[in-house]
Design a protein around this ligand. Structure first.
Ligand SMILES: [Zn+2]
Length: 261
């Protein structure tokens, strides 16, 4: 009886120590998991804000064939939501070069574009030819549009596509951000045939391409669906321009891009 009385408290103390250690390990494991989760949410938030795309996400794209679909002149009340539905169904990201005047007319569509993880870029306020404007007026067009987009979405665009893709040394100096042109022009504004737009892409497409369409014309919607379905089956991934450049070149420079390989 006495012997048992001596050993029992030791066992109890040992059991308590083991229990405490067990609880500590559980707390530690829980915190590691929580931190990983928090940092992945943070990366995602930053990517949506158009600021940073996590290295982890870029690493996943290594060695993959990438294409950036870009849509100019919107948002459009009819075609942009249809397009967003398709991009969502296909789990694909795109880039929208927005006119400030159309953003003011459809702020809720612009918010949806950003909320669904697409990139927005500046495409001037009302599509004036920059070559015909004074430096002050070009600057005004850019700032006004950036302010409108920031006001509506919280995101300040960090890339521009100048109206008509006009680029001169003067324009480059004034815009002072990467100018995104394209290497496939689908001429989707000239036709109502989605097949024609689709064929113009399929005849030229290669890894790293930036493709120009307009979400203000009907052909872009079905052409986008057909293009994504076909190219996905060939292993392509559809990413924003920002992700494309970072994945292919590791950094974004203040220069003119037509593709990124
Ligand atoms: Zn345009």
């Amino acid at each position: 009886m006495n012997v048992k009385m001596i050993f029992k408290p030791k066992r109890v103390i040992l059991a308590i120590i083991l229990l405490i250690l067990f609880i500590l390990v559980i707390i530690l494991l829980y915190n590691i998991k929580k931190n990983t989760h928090t940092s992945s949410i943070l990366s995602k938030t930053l990517a949506l804000k158009g600021i940073v795309i996590s290295q982890e996400n870029l690493d996943k794209l290594k060695g993959k064939k990438l294409v950036a679909l870009t849509y100019d002149d919107g948002p459009n009340k009819k075609y942009t939501p249809e397009l967003l539905d398709i991009l969502k169904e296909e789990d694909s990201k795109a880039t929208f070069f927005i006119l400030g005047s159309n953003a003011e007319a459809s702020p809720e569509i612009l918010q949806r574009i950003v909320a669904e993880g697409h990139q927005i870029g500046n495409h001037s306020y009302d599509h004036k030819q920059f070559v015909a404007l004074s430096s002050d007026k070009i600057q005004f067009e850019i700032n006004k549009t950036n302010n409108i987009l920031k006001e509506i979405t919280g995101v300040t665009p960090n890339m521009i596509r100048t109206p008509y893709g006009e680029v001169t040394d003067k324009i480059k100096t004034i815009v002072n951000m990467p100018i995104i042109l394209w290497d496939i022009d689908t001429l989707d504004w000239q036709t109502t045939s989605a097949n024609k737009v689709y064929n113009s892409i399929m005849s030229k497409v290669q890894d790293g391409d930036i493709i120009l369409m307009h979400d203000t014309f009907p052909a872009c919607v079905q052409a986008t669906k057909m293009t994504i379905e076909k190219l996905k089956s060939e292993g392509y991934v559809f990413v924003t321009v920002e992700t494309l450049i970072l994945a292919k070149q590791g950094k974004i420079e203040n220069t003119v891009y037509r593709y990124a390989r």
